[in-house]
Design a protein around this ligand. Structure first.
Ligand code: BG6
Length: 509
Protein backbone atom coordinates (compact mmCIF):
# COMPACT_ATOMS: atom_id res chain seq x y z
CA UNK A 1 0.00 0.00 0.00
CA UNK A 2 1.33 3.44 -0.84
CA UNK A 3 0.77 6.73 0.95
CA UNK A 4 -0.67 9.85 -0.64
CA UNK A 5 -0.11 13.11 1.25
CA UNK A 6 -2.54 15.86 2.21
CA UNK A 7 -2.17 19.54 2.92
CA UNK A 8 -4.25 22.27 4.53
CA UNK A 9 -6.44 23.86 1.84
CA UNK A 10 -7.81 26.66 3.97
CA UNK A 11 -5.74 28.39 6.61
CA UNK A 12 -8.21 30.92 7.86
CA UNK A 13 -10.39 28.73 10.04
CA UNK A 14 -11.05 30.52 13.29
CA UNK A 15 -10.21 28.36 16.27
CA UNK A 16 -9.14 30.56 19.16
CA UNK A 17 -9.36 28.87 22.53
CA UNK A 18 -11.30 30.65 25.26
CA UNK A 19 -9.35 31.20 28.45
CA UNK A 20 -11.00 30.22 31.71
CA UNK A 21 -12.34 32.75 34.17
CA UNK A 22 -11.24 32.93 37.83
CA UNK A 23 -11.25 29.49 39.36
CA UNK A 24 -10.15 27.49 42.40
CA UNK A 25 -9.28 23.81 42.06
CA UNK A 26 -9.54 21.45 45.03
CA UNK A 27 -7.93 18.12 44.24
CA UNK A 28 -8.76 15.21 46.53
CA UNK A 29 -6.07 12.55 46.35
CA UNK A 30 -3.41 15.17 45.60
CA UNK A 31 -0.45 12.90 46.15
CA UNK A 32 -1.86 10.17 43.89
CA UNK A 33 -0.46 8.97 40.62
CA UNK A 34 -3.03 10.50 38.28
CA UNK A 35 -2.76 13.92 39.87
CA UNK A 36 0.98 13.85 39.53
CA UNK A 37 1.21 12.48 36.00
CA UNK A 38 -1.73 14.14 34.33
CA UNK A 39 -3.63 16.78 36.23
CA UNK A 40 -0.93 19.12 37.50
CA UNK A 41 1.06 18.87 34.29
CA UNK A 42 -2.05 19.63 32.21
CA UNK A 43 -2.98 22.57 34.41
CA UNK A 44 0.55 23.89 34.08
CA UNK A 45 0.40 23.59 30.28
CA UNK A 46 -2.89 25.49 30.23
CA UNK A 47 -1.36 28.13 32.49
CA UNK A 48 1.67 28.45 30.20
CA UNK A 49 -0.63 28.94 27.21
CA UNK A 50 -2.46 31.73 29.02
CA UNK A 51 -5.64 29.64 29.16
CA UNK A 52 -5.94 29.69 32.92
CA UNK A 53 -6.86 33.01 34.47
CA UNK A 54 -4.27 34.74 36.66
CA UNK A 55 -6.96 34.45 39.32
CA UNK A 56 -6.70 30.81 40.17
CA UNK A 57 -5.37 28.46 42.77
CA UNK A 58 -4.96 24.71 43.27
CA UNK A 59 -5.58 23.30 46.71
CA UNK A 60 -4.23 19.77 46.99
CA UNK A 61 -6.13 17.79 49.60
CA UNK A 62 -4.94 14.45 50.91
CA UNK A 63 -4.23 12.24 53.87
CA UNK A 64 -0.48 12.75 53.76
CA UNK A 65 0.84 15.54 55.99
CA UNK A 66 2.91 17.74 53.70
CA UNK A 67 3.49 21.48 53.62
CA UNK A 68 2.60 23.87 50.78
CA UNK A 69 6.31 24.10 50.17
CA UNK A 70 6.71 20.35 49.79
CA UNK A 71 3.66 20.13 47.50
CA UNK A 72 5.16 22.84 45.31
CA UNK A 73 8.55 21.12 45.22
CA UNK A 74 7.02 17.75 44.28
CA UNK A 75 4.92 19.39 41.57
CA UNK A 76 7.91 21.27 40.19
CA UNK A 77 9.87 18.06 39.88
CA UNK A 78 7.03 16.25 38.08
CA UNK A 79 6.48 19.10 35.66
CA UNK A 80 10.16 19.35 34.79
CA UNK A 81 10.32 15.57 34.31
CA UNK A 82 7.20 15.44 32.16
CA UNK A 83 7.63 18.54 30.03
CA UNK A 84 11.41 18.15 29.71
CA UNK A 85 11.66 21.93 29.49
CA UNK A 86 13.24 24.35 31.87
CA UNK A 87 10.71 27.10 32.31
CA UNK A 88 11.84 28.84 35.47
CA UNK A 89 9.68 31.95 35.17
CA UNK A 90 6.39 30.36 34.17
CA UNK A 91 6.89 27.45 36.50
CA UNK A 92 7.71 29.75 39.40
CA UNK A 93 4.61 31.78 38.94
CA UNK A 94 2.45 28.64 38.47
CA UNK A 95 3.79 27.14 41.70
CA UNK A 96 2.81 30.24 43.65
CA UNK A 97 -0.82 29.26 43.06
CA UNK A 98 -0.42 25.86 44.76
CA UNK A 99 -1.46 25.01 48.32
CA UNK A 100 -1.96 21.85 50.30
CA UNK A 101 -4.25 20.74 53.10
CA UNK A 102 -4.13 17.43 54.97
CA UNK A 103 -6.97 15.59 56.66
CA UNK A 104 -9.09 12.51 56.97
CA UNK A 105 -11.64 12.03 54.16
CA UNK A 106 -14.32 10.75 56.48
CA UNK A 107 -13.94 13.47 59.09
CA UNK A 108 -16.23 16.48 58.75
CA UNK A 109 -13.61 18.78 60.24
CA UNK A 110 -11.46 18.21 57.13
CA UNK A 111 -14.21 19.76 55.01
CA UNK A 112 -14.70 22.63 57.44
CA UNK A 113 -10.99 23.34 57.21
CA UNK A 114 -11.23 23.21 53.42
CA UNK A 115 -14.14 25.64 53.54
CA UNK A 116 -12.15 28.12 55.61
CA UNK A 117 -9.12 27.70 53.38
CA UNK A 118 -11.27 28.30 50.30
CA UNK A 119 -12.59 31.55 51.75
CA UNK A 120 -9.02 32.68 52.41
CA UNK A 121 -7.65 31.63 49.01
CA UNK A 122 -10.72 32.92 47.20
CA UNK A 123 -10.01 36.39 48.45
CA UNK A 124 -6.19 36.21 48.07
CA UNK A 125 -6.53 35.11 44.44
CA UNK A 126 -9.77 36.98 43.62
CA UNK A 127 -11.49 33.79 42.58
CA UNK A 128 -14.87 34.26 44.17
CA UNK A 129 -16.90 31.09 44.63
CA UNK A 130 -15.95 29.45 41.33
CA UNK A 131 -14.57 26.19 42.69
CA UNK A 132 -13.96 22.80 41.14
CA UNK A 133 -13.69 19.72 43.35
CA UNK A 134 -11.70 17.01 41.60
CA UNK A 135 -12.04 13.49 43.00
CA UNK A 136 -8.91 11.52 42.26
CA UNK A 137 -9.29 9.03 45.08
CA UNK A 138 -10.20 5.32 45.20
CA UNK A 139 -13.90 4.96 44.33
CA UNK A 140 -14.91 3.63 47.75
CA UNK A 141 -14.24 7.15 49.04
CA UNK A 142 -16.59 8.87 46.55
CA UNK A 143 -19.78 8.51 48.62
CA UNK A 144 -18.24 9.84 51.84
CA UNK A 145 -16.56 12.80 50.17
CA UNK A 146 -19.71 13.68 48.27
CA UNK A 147 -21.84 13.44 51.38
CA UNK A 148 -19.52 15.60 53.43
CA UNK A 149 -19.22 18.19 50.67
CA UNK A 150 -23.01 18.30 50.84
CA UNK A 151 -23.38 18.44 54.60
CA UNK A 152 -20.80 21.21 54.94
CA UNK A 153 -22.68 23.12 52.21
CA UNK A 154 -19.56 23.16 50.06
CA UNK A 155 -21.63 21.79 47.18
CA UNK A 156 -24.30 24.46 47.44
CA UNK A 157 -22.72 27.40 45.66
CA UNK A 158 -24.09 27.63 42.12
CA UNK A 159 -20.55 27.91 40.72
CA UNK A 160 -19.25 24.75 42.37
CA UNK A 161 -18.45 21.80 40.11
CA UNK A 162 -17.40 18.28 40.87
CA UNK A 163 -15.20 16.17 38.59
CA UNK A 164 -15.34 12.42 39.09
CA UNK A 165 -12.86 9.99 37.65
CA UNK A 166 -13.78 6.52 36.53
CA UNK A 167 -14.60 3.84 37.60
CA UNK A 168 -18.09 5.23 37.89
CA UNK A 169 -19.68 2.31 39.67
CA UNK A 170 -18.87 -1.33 39.02
CA UNK A 171 -22.29 -2.38 37.71
CA UNK A 172 -25.69 -0.89 37.08
CA UNK A 173 -26.77 -0.87 40.69
CA UNK A 174 -23.64 0.71 42.13
CA UNK A 175 -23.52 3.30 39.33
CA UNK A 176 -27.09 4.36 39.91
CA UNK A 177 -26.55 4.49 43.70
CA UNK A 178 -23.52 6.68 43.12
CA UNK A 179 -25.50 8.92 40.79
CA UNK A 180 -28.24 9.22 43.39
CA UNK A 181 -25.81 10.17 46.13
CA UNK A 182 -24.19 12.79 43.89
CA UNK A 183 -27.50 14.25 42.83
CA UNK A 184 -28.57 14.63 46.45
CA UNK A 185 -25.81 17.21 46.90
CA UNK A 186 -25.14 18.49 43.38
CA UNK A 187 -27.29 19.19 40.34
CA UNK A 188 -26.43 17.37 37.08
CA UNK A 189 -25.11 20.65 35.61
CA UNK A 190 -22.45 20.68 38.36
CA UNK A 191 -21.30 17.11 37.72
CA UNK A 192 -18.41 16.34 35.35
CA UNK A 193 -17.83 12.59 34.90
CA UNK A 194 -14.51 12.38 33.14
CA UNK A 195 -13.54 9.90 30.43
CA UNK A 196 -10.11 10.93 29.22
CA UNK A 197 -10.65 9.31 25.80
CA UNK A 198 -13.17 12.04 25.01
CA UNK A 199 -10.41 14.60 25.36
CA UNK A 200 -8.22 12.96 22.72
CA UNK A 201 -8.02 15.11 19.59
CA UNK A 202 -8.83 12.36 17.12
CA UNK A 203 -11.76 11.14 19.16
CA UNK A 204 -13.17 14.66 19.11
CA UNK A 205 -12.46 14.86 15.43
CA UNK A 206 -14.86 12.01 14.68
CA UNK A 207 -17.85 14.32 15.02
CA UNK A 208 -16.22 17.05 12.99
CA UNK A 209 -15.30 14.59 10.27
CA UNK A 210 -18.74 13.02 10.13
CA UNK A 211 -20.89 16.10 10.40
CA UNK A 212 -18.80 18.92 8.89
CA UNK A 213 -18.33 17.07 5.56
CA UNK A 214 -21.28 16.34 3.35
CA UNK A 215 -19.67 13.47 1.47
CA UNK A 216 -19.43 10.89 4.23
CA UNK A 217 -22.75 11.06 6.03
CA UNK A 218 -24.83 9.77 3.09
CA UNK A 219 -22.79 6.57 3.03
CA UNK A 220 -22.50 6.23 6.82
CA UNK A 221 -25.03 3.44 7.18
CA UNK A 222 -25.91 -0.19 6.60
CA UNK A 223 -26.20 0.30 2.83
CA UNK A 224 -22.51 1.08 2.38
CA UNK A 225 -20.73 -0.04 5.53
CA UNK A 226 -19.97 -3.71 5.97
CA UNK A 227 -18.75 -3.52 9.55
CA UNK A 228 -16.86 -1.37 12.03
CA UNK A 229 -13.86 -2.38 14.14
CA UNK A 230 -12.79 -0.55 17.28
CA UNK A 231 -9.48 -1.47 18.84
CA UNK A 232 -7.68 -0.26 21.92
CA UNK A 233 -4.55 -2.36 22.24
CA UNK A 234 -1.97 -1.78 24.93
CA UNK A 235 1.46 -3.32 25.24
CA UNK A 236 1.73 -2.47 28.93
CA UNK A 237 0.48 -4.85 31.58
CA UNK A 238 -1.27 -3.72 34.72
CA UNK A 239 1.86 -1.94 35.94
CA UNK A 240 1.54 -1.26 39.70
CA UNK A 241 -2.27 -1.25 39.72
CA UNK A 242 -3.09 -4.83 40.72
CA UNK A 243 -5.18 -3.76 43.72
CA UNK A 244 -7.49 -1.80 41.43
CA UNK A 245 -7.31 -4.06 38.39
CA UNK A 246 -8.05 -7.32 40.19
CA UNK A 247 -11.47 -5.89 41.06
CA UNK A 248 -11.98 -4.31 37.70
CA UNK A 249 -10.79 -6.22 34.63
CA UNK A 250 -10.89 -5.04 31.04
CA UNK A 251 -14.67 -4.89 30.71
CA UNK A 252 -15.00 -2.38 33.54
CA UNK A 253 -11.65 -0.65 33.02
CA UNK A 254 -11.83 0.04 29.28
CA UNK A 255 -14.98 -1.30 27.70
CA UNK A 256 -17.80 0.28 29.73
CA UNK A 257 -16.26 3.71 29.23
CA UNK A 258 -13.65 4.34 26.54
CA UNK A 259 -14.78 1.65 24.09
CA UNK A 260 -18.48 2.42 24.32
CA UNK A 261 -17.84 6.15 24.09
CA UNK A 262 -15.88 5.66 20.87
CA UNK A 263 -18.67 3.47 19.56
CA UNK A 264 -21.27 6.17 20.23
CA UNK A 265 -19.25 8.82 18.42
CA UNK A 266 -18.78 6.60 15.40
CA UNK A 267 -22.41 5.51 15.23
CA UNK A 268 -24.70 8.17 16.71
CA UNK A 269 -27.13 10.31 14.74
CA UNK A 270 -26.32 13.96 14.02
CA UNK A 271 -26.99 16.12 17.07
CA UNK A 272 -29.09 19.21 16.40
CA UNK A 273 -26.27 21.48 17.57
CA UNK A 274 -22.78 21.33 18.99
CA UNK A 275 -24.03 21.73 22.49
CA UNK A 276 -23.50 19.47 25.45
CA UNK A 277 -27.01 18.16 25.82
CA UNK A 278 -27.71 17.79 22.10
CA UNK A 279 -24.64 15.60 21.77
CA UNK A 280 -25.29 13.70 24.97
CA UNK A 281 -28.92 13.08 23.96
CA UNK A 282 -27.76 11.40 20.75
CA UNK A 283 -25.17 9.31 22.59
CA UNK A 284 -27.79 8.21 25.04
CA UNK A 285 -30.18 7.25 22.21
CA UNK A 286 -27.47 5.24 20.52
CA UNK A 287 -26.55 3.31 23.64
CA UNK A 288 -30.19 2.51 24.21
CA UNK A 289 -30.31 0.98 20.72
CA UNK A 290 -27.52 -1.50 21.41
CA UNK A 291 -28.81 -5.05 21.22
CA UNK A 292 -28.45 -6.82 24.58
CA UNK A 293 -25.99 -9.72 24.67
CA UNK A 294 -27.66 -13.14 24.57
CA UNK A 295 -26.51 -14.56 27.86
CA UNK A 296 -27.10 -18.18 26.88
CA UNK A 297 -24.89 -17.73 23.79
CA UNK A 298 -22.36 -15.35 25.28
CA UNK A 299 -19.29 -16.94 23.72
CA UNK A 300 -20.62 -16.16 20.26
CA UNK A 301 -20.63 -12.43 20.96
CA UNK A 302 -18.15 -11.64 23.70
CA UNK A 303 -14.99 -13.38 24.85
CA UNK A 304 -12.47 -12.67 27.57
CA UNK A 305 -8.78 -13.39 27.79
CA UNK A 306 -5.96 -13.07 30.29
CA UNK A 307 -2.29 -12.68 29.40
CA UNK A 308 0.09 -15.48 30.09
CA UNK A 309 3.84 -15.10 29.96
CA UNK A 310 5.46 -14.06 26.72
CA UNK A 311 7.64 -11.45 25.06
CA UNK A 312 6.68 -7.81 24.70
CA UNK A 313 8.94 -5.39 22.79
CA UNK A 314 11.64 -8.04 22.72
CA UNK A 315 11.62 -8.45 26.52
CA UNK A 316 10.22 -11.32 28.57
CA UNK A 317 6.93 -10.48 30.25
CA UNK A 318 5.37 -12.35 33.17
CA UNK A 319 1.84 -13.69 33.10
CA UNK A 320 -1.00 -11.70 34.67
CA UNK A 321 -1.24 -14.24 37.48
CA UNK A 322 2.45 -13.73 38.29
CA UNK A 323 2.13 -9.95 38.55
CA UNK A 324 2.72 -8.56 42.03
CA UNK A 325 -0.43 -8.74 44.22
CA UNK A 326 -2.48 -10.72 41.72
CA UNK A 327 -4.18 -13.89 43.00
CA UNK A 328 -2.58 -17.02 41.54
CA UNK A 329 -6.01 -18.29 40.48
CA UNK A 330 -7.27 -14.89 39.35
CA UNK A 331 -10.12 -14.92 36.82
CA UNK A 332 -9.76 -11.22 36.02
CA UNK A 333 -9.87 -10.59 32.28
CA UNK A 334 -7.17 -8.44 30.67
CA UNK A 335 -8.69 -8.75 27.19
CA UNK A 336 -12.22 -8.48 25.84
CA UNK A 337 -13.46 -8.82 22.28
CA UNK A 338 -17.13 -8.40 21.41
CA UNK A 339 -19.48 -8.37 18.47
CA UNK A 340 -22.28 -5.89 18.97
CA UNK A 341 -25.29 -4.72 17.00
CA UNK A 342 -27.22 -1.49 17.05
CA UNK A 343 -30.88 -1.98 16.43
CA UNK A 344 -31.86 1.17 14.59
CA UNK A 345 -32.60 2.11 10.99
CA UNK A 346 -29.04 3.15 10.24
CA UNK A 347 -27.19 0.16 11.62
CA UNK A 348 -29.54 -2.81 11.64
CA UNK A 349 -27.41 -5.99 11.25
CA UNK A 350 -24.09 -4.17 10.80
CA UNK A 351 -21.64 -5.85 13.19
CA UNK A 352 -19.44 -3.69 15.39
CA UNK A 353 -16.38 -5.64 16.49
CA UNK A 354 -14.68 -4.20 19.54
CA UNK A 355 -11.54 -5.41 21.28
CA UNK A 356 -9.26 -4.15 23.97
CA UNK A 357 -6.44 -5.83 25.79
CA UNK A 358 -3.29 -5.40 27.78
CA UNK A 359 0.09 -6.91 26.95
CA UNK A 360 -0.65 -7.09 23.24
CA UNK A 361 1.98 -6.68 20.54
CA UNK A 362 1.80 -2.87 20.52
CA UNK A 363 -0.02 0.19 21.74
CA UNK A 364 -2.49 1.07 19.07
CA UNK A 365 -5.97 2.58 19.04
CA UNK A 366 -8.18 3.00 16.01
CA UNK A 367 -11.73 3.00 14.73
CA UNK A 368 -11.95 1.42 11.29
CA UNK A 369 -14.96 1.75 9.03
CA UNK A 370 -14.89 -1.08 6.53
CA UNK A 371 -17.10 -0.36 3.54
CA UNK A 372 -18.80 -2.96 1.40
CA UNK A 373 -16.93 -4.25 -1.61
CA UNK A 374 -18.04 -3.00 -5.02
CA UNK A 375 -21.09 -5.09 -5.87
CA UNK A 376 -19.76 -6.04 -9.29
CA UNK A 377 -16.21 -5.88 -10.58
CA UNK A 378 -16.16 -4.72 -14.19
CA UNK A 379 -12.45 -5.58 -14.11
CA UNK A 380 -13.12 -9.27 -13.58
CA UNK A 381 -12.84 -9.83 -17.33
CA UNK A 382 -9.18 -8.78 -17.19
CA UNK A 383 -8.47 -10.92 -14.16
CA UNK A 384 -9.02 -8.28 -11.48
CA UNK A 385 -11.93 -9.69 -9.58
CA UNK A 386 -10.47 -9.40 -6.11
CA UNK A 387 -11.27 -5.80 -5.28
CA UNK A 388 -10.44 -4.84 -1.67
CA UNK A 389 -13.06 -2.83 0.19
CA UNK A 390 -12.49 0.82 1.01
CA UNK A 391 -11.46 1.36 4.60
CA UNK A 392 -11.58 4.60 6.52
CA UNK A 393 -9.54 4.63 9.72
CA UNK A 394 -9.54 7.09 12.58
CA UNK A 395 -6.11 6.58 14.06
CA UNK A 396 -6.25 7.63 17.65
CA UNK A 397 -2.86 6.68 18.99
CA UNK A 398 0.09 6.54 18.98
CA UNK A 399 -0.04 8.41 15.69
CA UNK A 400 -3.09 10.60 15.28
CA UNK A 401 -4.69 10.92 11.92
CA UNK A 402 -7.21 9.69 9.39
CA UNK A 403 -6.52 7.25 6.61
CA UNK A 404 -8.63 6.27 3.62
CA UNK A 405 -7.73 3.31 1.45
CA UNK A 406 -8.84 3.28 -2.15
CA UNK A 407 -7.95 1.56 -5.40
CA UNK A 408 -6.14 3.28 -8.24
CA UNK A 409 -4.57 2.31 -11.52
CA UNK A 410 -0.85 1.85 -11.63
CA UNK A 411 0.84 3.76 -14.48
CA UNK A 412 1.75 1.62 -17.48
CA UNK A 413 0.27 -0.20 -20.41
CA UNK A 414 -0.82 -3.16 -18.33
CA UNK A 415 -4.00 -2.64 -16.26
CA UNK A 416 -2.89 -3.14 -12.69
CA UNK A 417 -4.56 -1.89 -9.56
CA UNK A 418 -2.87 -0.68 -6.38
CA UNK A 419 -4.46 0.03 -3.05
CA UNK A 420 -3.45 3.55 -2.05
CA UNK A 421 -3.76 5.11 1.31
CA UNK A 422 -4.71 8.75 1.67
CA UNK A 423 -3.14 9.66 4.96
CA UNK A 424 -3.73 12.66 7.13
CA UNK A 425 -1.28 12.89 10.00
CA UNK A 426 -2.00 15.55 12.59
CA UNK A 427 1.66 15.95 13.46
CA UNK A 428 2.67 16.64 9.87
CA UNK A 429 -0.13 18.99 8.92
CA UNK A 430 -0.65 21.03 12.04
CA UNK A 431 2.58 22.24 13.53
CA UNK A 432 1.10 22.75 17.01
CA UNK A 433 1.85 20.29 19.78
CA UNK A 434 -1.00 17.83 20.35
CA UNK A 435 -2.62 18.74 23.64
CA UNK A 436 -2.95 16.15 26.40
CA UNK A 437 -6.55 14.98 26.70
CA UNK A 438 -6.72 16.27 30.27
CA UNK A 439 -5.81 19.76 29.11
CA UNK A 440 -8.90 20.05 26.97
CA UNK A 441 -11.16 18.41 29.52
CA UNK A 442 -9.98 20.54 32.43
CA UNK A 443 -10.33 23.73 30.44
CA UNK A 444 -13.85 22.76 29.42
CA UNK A 445 -14.75 22.12 33.02
CA UNK A 446 -13.40 25.50 34.06
CA UNK A 447 -15.48 27.06 31.27
CA UNK A 448 -18.57 25.11 32.34
CA UNK A 449 -18.80 23.11 29.10
CA UNK A 450 -20.03 19.55 29.72
CA UNK A 451 -19.95 18.40 26.07
CA UNK A 452 -17.01 16.05 26.57
CA UNK A 453 -18.19 14.74 29.92
CA UNK A 454 -20.48 11.78 30.44
CA UNK A 455 -24.04 12.22 31.62
CA UNK A 456 -25.76 10.10 34.24
CA UNK A 457 -28.05 8.32 31.76
CA UNK A 458 -25.24 7.25 29.41
CA UNK A 459 -23.29 5.79 32.31
CA UNK A 460 -26.29 3.83 33.50
CA UNK A 461 -27.23 2.62 30.02
CA UNK A 462 -23.73 1.35 29.39
CA UNK A 463 -23.77 -0.56 32.68
CA UNK A 464 -27.17 -1.94 31.76
CA UNK A 465 -25.63 -3.46 28.63
CA UNK A 466 -22.63 -4.94 30.43
CA UNK A 467 -23.91 -5.93 33.87
CA UNK A 468 -25.54 -9.18 32.65
CA UNK A 469 -22.22 -10.14 31.05
CA UNK A 470 -20.29 -9.44 34.23
CA UNK A 471 -22.77 -11.48 36.22
CA UNK A 472 -22.63 -14.37 33.79
CA UNK A 473 -18.84 -14.38 33.94
CA UNK A 474 -18.83 -14.16 37.71
CA UNK A 475 -21.23 -17.09 37.97
CA UNK A 476 -19.46 -19.19 35.41
CA UNK A 477 -16.95 -21.94 36.17
CA UNK A 478 -14.91 -21.09 33.14
CA UNK A 479 -11.94 -18.72 33.19
CA UNK A 480 -10.60 -16.20 30.70
CA UNK A 481 -8.65 -17.79 27.86
CA UNK A 482 -4.93 -17.38 28.23
CA UNK A 483 -3.05 -15.58 25.47
CA UNK A 484 0.70 -15.09 25.37
CA UNK A 485 1.91 -11.63 26.38
CA UNK A 486 2.99 -9.82 23.23
CA UNK A 487 0.44 -11.58 21.00
CA UNK A 488 -1.37 -9.70 18.28
CA UNK A 489 -4.46 -11.86 18.79
CA UNK A 490 -5.39 -15.43 19.74
CA UNK A 491 -7.71 -18.10 18.33
CA UNK A 492 -10.84 -17.38 20.42
CA UNK A 493 -10.66 -13.68 19.55
CA UNK A 494 -10.03 -14.48 15.88
CA UNK A 495 -12.89 -16.90 15.81
CA UNK A 496 -15.35 -14.22 16.94
CA UNK A 497 -14.85 -12.32 13.71
CA UNK A 498 -13.63 -15.05 11.37
CA UNK A 499 -16.79 -17.09 11.91
CA UNK A 500 -18.52 -14.21 10.09
CA UNK A 501 -16.01 -14.38 7.22
CA UNK A 502 -14.16 -11.24 8.32
CA UNK A 503 -10.73 -10.57 9.81
CA UNK A 504 -9.34 -8.34 12.53
CA UNK A 505 -7.20 -5.55 11.24
CA UNK A 506 -3.54 -5.53 12.23
CA UNK A 507 -2.69 -3.95 15.54
CA UNK A 508 -0.33 -1.37 14.06
CA UNK A 509 -0.34 1.29 11.36
C1 BG6 B 1 -7.30 4.06 31.70
C2 BG6 B 1 -7.26 2.62 32.18
O1 BG6 B 1 -8.61 4.55 31.78
O2 BG6 B 1 -6.87 4.10 30.35
C3 BG6 B 1 -5.88 2.04 32.01
O3 BG6 B 1 -7.62 2.60 33.55
C4 BG6 B 1 -5.39 2.20 30.60
O4 BG6 B 1 -5.87 0.67 32.38
C5 BG6 B 1 -5.54 3.66 30.16
O5 BG6 B 1 -4.04 1.81 30.55
C6 BG6 B 1 -5.23 3.80 28.68
O6 BG6 B 1 -5.22 5.14 28.37
P1 BG6 B 1 -4.39 5.68 27.13
O7 BG6 B 1 -4.76 7.12 27.03
O8 BG6 B 1 -2.95 5.44 27.46
O9 BG6 B 1 -4.83 4.87 25.96
Amino acid sequence: MQDVGLSIARQDIICAETPSGPCGFVVFGASGDLVRRKLLVSLFRLFKQGLVSEHFFILGAGRKEISDEQFRKDTEQIIIEKTKESLPQELDSFLKHLYYIAGNYSDISFYENIKNKLAELGSTHHVGDNTIFYLSVPPFLYPVIIELLGSTQLSCQPNMKIVIEKPFGRDLQSASELNKSILKCFTESQVYRIDHYLGKETVQNILMFRFANSIFEPIWNRNYIDHIQITIAESVGIEHRAAYYEHSGALRDMFQNHMLQMLTLAAMEAPISFEADSIRDEKSKLLKSIRPFKIDELDKSIIRGQYGQGMVDGKPAVSYKSEHSVAENSKTETYVAAKMFIDNLRWKDVPFYLRTGKRLSSKYTEIAIIFKEVPHSMFASIGLDDMPANVLVFQIQPREGIMLNFQAKRPGAKTCISTLSMNFKYSEIFSTEMPESYQRLLLDCMLGDQTLYTRQDTIETSWKILTPVLEAWENSDSSPIEYPAGAESFPAADNLIESDGRKWRKISE
